[in-house]
Write a protein that binds this ligand. Structure first.
Ligand code: BEZ
Length: 216
């Protein structure tokens, strides 16, 4: 396997740039500067699970938009194939409002580590890159060909990232908007609070390094 096949962007790094043909003309990563971006790959056009995913994302496009998130798909199919496939989905009642990149030479797919030869050497696995308005990769999901993604979970990831940025907090297991958030743990002995001190601040005290609070 070529060395670059094993490279992938890491959380906290700038997302690799690209300039690529799409169903909506040429698209560059920098077109999305100042916006949240969900860059996601699917294995192939005209396949059943991918059709449920792309139309599922399209049906809930407004919920992504409400969070300031743009969607950008990618596979190794041609623009003509994407156009024919999205036309089919529109005929089935779901117009696809977001662009899909045509990465025939796998140039973008390789830069993003979307080709996993154990699964397929010729198609992208189901990846999702959550990219922030500064172009930084903030979260990554990899799913196999057989497993369709959950729109609820994709939206929850954006909610968690945006809440963490806005409030300077973290989000606990199974968190969803409206649930309590995790206060940053103390960084020095002097910052350790008693249960009473934590409660006086409106925190729920679980132990000295785990305190939660309402989102406010
Ligand atoms: C599908 O989307 O159904 C699919 C795509 C590639 C391989 C297997 C399934």
């Amino acid at each position: 396997m070529a060395e670059e096949d094993r490279s992938l962007p890491r959380i906290g790094e700038h997302a690799p740039d690209f300039e690529q043909k799409s169903t909506h003309g040429m698209k560059k990563l920098s077109d999305y500067e100042g916006k949240w971006l969900m860059l996601f790959s699917h294995p192939a056009d005209f396949t059943p699970v991918c059709t449920t995913e792309i139309s599922g994302f399209a049906r809930r496009y407004g919920e992504f938009q409400a969070r300031g998130v743009e969607l950008l798909g990618i596979s190794v199919d041609s623009v003509q194939s994407h156009i024919a496939w999205t036309h089919d989905m529109a005929e089935m009642g779901v117009p696809i409002p977001f662009p899909i990149l045509a990465d025939l030479d796998m140039g973008v797919a390789r830069r993003y580590g979307m080709i996993h030869a154990g699964e397929s050497a010729t198609a992208t696995v189901r990846t999702v890159f959550f990219i922030d308005p500064k172009g930084i990769v903030r979260a990554i999901l990899y799913y196999p060909m057989s497993l369709g993604r959950s729109v609820d979970e994709l939206l929850r990831v954006f909610d968690g990232l945006q809440t963490a940025d806005r409030l300077g907090v973290s989000t606990p297991v199974d968190w969803k908007p409206g649930d309590d958030v995790v206060v940053p743990p103390p960084q020095s002995l002097g910052d350790v609070e008693t249960p009473e001190q934590a409660k006086a601040k409106g925190y729920t005290y679980h132990t000295w390094y785990l305190r939660t609070k309402p989102q406010g």
